[in-house]
Design a protein around this ligand. Structure first.
Ligand code: KG4
Ligand code: ZN
Length: 344
């Protein structure tokens, strides 16, 4: 294939690798801001039959696919191994067996190609997706991270510095979506299924609990709302009443999103940051994006939303975060290990 004479054009080129859950992903990123390729192999069809991610199966599929995905990411970017400057990889948080495949692969490439290895925190990766989507965005800002494993409000004070303002005390938002979708028979993954079903439902049909916790707290709790859905379904079914799945999906979604939107926008207002950046798989949710846009508009906050493909797990966001860690002098050795419960 024909390729431009100098792909690099003086830019710092990062190969990003992501295997923390059920997506095997590799991407080539230029100067931290431009994805030259972003290849994602989803295992959704593999785990669908089990109604959730089976860790051991996820690891085996990562192992089977990782080299092929990296090869594709390299080919699609038209970058040669010699032009790669650094290798970034997610080392946590996530499923330990899944993380290990990415970390071991990144170490092998780092050693074979003689390139620096940069471990990336998956949550910092999700936040960094915003830098790829919005060239003008720079810290400080507030980030709302809503994924299958995490729900946090983070004050991003620098490309490599942040402060946790609040997080979920039980289920992550995506986890609650997935569990509610399962009891509603909407399949896996539940988030997109509820997003879709809710469009034809009445969000005021059932008044599920909105859990705000203590006044001023930026923490979340979704397990009560989730249990409320289960109790409602049991009561209705025992009474022989037919359940309108779309109404329940819409009512659950509104209960959860009202809390998320209120806390995230309040954080941006209280911290006087003026900018709110959305991150994580649930950030692909259409109603969340709409509600946040409306509330941010009312409060004079600028909202940043990456496109859905950069919200769910991908390696371009990891390449971006690795770029900024590298600029700050961050580097890991071949002793880098996976860390399932790595904090921010
Ligand atoms: O960030 P992600 O790909 O993986 C983790 O790091 O957890 O997030 C996956 C989560 C799943 O729980 C999935 O149901 C949820 O994101 N999700 C959504 C939507 N798309 C994905 N939740 C609500 N609405 C969506 N459109
Ligand atoms: Zn994720």
């Amino acid at each position: 294939m024909e390729r431009p004479e100098d792909m690099k054009d003086g830019k710092l080129i990062t190969l990003g690798i992501e295997t923390s859950c059920d997506e095997t992903a590799a991407a080539v990123v230029a100067d931290g801001r431009e994805a030259l390729s972003n290849v994602i192999a989803s295992q959704v069809s593999v785990h669908e039959a089990f109604g959730g991610v089976v860790p051991e199966i996820a690891s085996r599929h990562h192992l089977k696919n990782i080299n092929l995905i990296i090869e594709r990411a390299m080919a699609e970017s038209s970058v040669t191994p010699g032009e790669i400057d650094l290798i970034g990889v997610t080392w946590g948080p996530g499923l330990v067996g899944a993380l290990l495949i990415g970390v071991a692969t990144a170490k092998a490439f780092s050693f074979a190609w003689g390139k620096p290895l940069i471990g990336v925190n998956h949550i910092m990766g999700h936040i960094s997706a915003n830098y790829l989507a919005h060239s003008e965005l720079a810290p400080p800002f507030i980030s709302l991270v809503v994924s299958g494993g995490h729900t946090s409000i983070v004050e991003v004070t620098g490309y490599n510095e942040c402060r946790l303002l609040g997080k979920t005390r039980d289920d992550a938002a995506g986890e609650a979506y997935d569990k509610v979708a399962r009891v509603l028979g909407l399949g896996y993954p539940g988030g997109p299924a509820i997003d879709e079903a809710a469009k034809s439902g009445n969000p005021r049909a059932v008044a599920f609990k909105r859990v705000f916790l203590e006044k001023g707290s930026f923490d979340f709790s979704f397990s009560g709302t989730k249990t409320g859905v289960m109790n409602h379904l049991n009561t209705e079914r025992q009474a022989g009443r037919e359940v309108n799945v779309n109404d329940v999906a819409a009512s659950f979604q509104l209960a959860v999103l009202e809390v998320i939107v209120s806390k995230a926008v309040n954080a941006a207002v209280q911290m006087k940051r003026g900018k709110l950046a959305l991150a994580g798989g649930v950030a692909a949710n259409s109603l969340l994006r709409k509600m946040l846009a409306e509330e941010c508009g009312r409060q004079g906050i600028t909202l940043f939303c990456p496109p859905p493909v950069l919200c769910t797990d991908n390696a371009a966001m990891i390449g971006c975060a690795a770029h900024y860690r590298h600029l700050a002098g961050g580097r890991d050795g071949l002793d880098l290990d996976a860390c399932a419960n790595l904090g921010l």
